[in-house]
Design a protein around this ligand. Sequence first.
Ligand SMILES: Cc1cc2nc3c(=O)[nH]c(=O)nc-3n(C[C@H](O)[C@H](O)[C@H](O)COP(=O)(O)O)c2cc1C
Length: 148
Amino acid sequence: MSTIKVLFGTESGNAELVADDIADTFNDAGVKAETVAMEDFDVADLPGAGTIVVITSTYGEGELPATTAPFQQALVEGRPDLSDLRFAAFGLGDSSYETYNNAITILAATLDELGARQVGETGRHDAVSGEPFTDVAVTWAENIAEAL
Ligand SMILES: Cc1cc2nc3c(=O)[nH]c(=O)nc-3n(C[C@H](O)[C@H](O)[C@H](O)COP(=O)(O)O)c2cc1C
């Protein structure tokens, strides 16, 4: 398996820390992974990417962070055939908002619509829970690494 790209979009940095935790967990489990900012990843490379992880927080009133939105927009506009792609998804949000974790829901639905196959359940961190996001992300990533 080629190195898994752990793609993150963030507004204030939490999703980048979560991406590091997930990549470290995968590498510890023997699954080679590296983090890449979504804004630095060319969507044209997605069809041949094998397996990816997408991570994003939600901002505003259910909006995508500015570093996630161009990636999502490129998918919607370019509509690449992603039938050879597998992806896992993790979101960061706050359940005091009605639009809890809306951004990862939208992004995962778009990847699915374009033919990509999701591995495992979408992971979600809720800021209201008080749980450290590292704990939630590492537990989720251990399960995903087993399913890959
Ligand atoms: C101004 C603001 C708006 C937010 N809006 C939402 C929202 O609509 N839905 C949600 O689930 N979380 C929302 N959040 C919570 C963030 O997604 C959460 O704090 C997350 O950990 C931030 O991750 P980041 O640092 O990677 O951007 C909001 C946070 C702030 C500060």
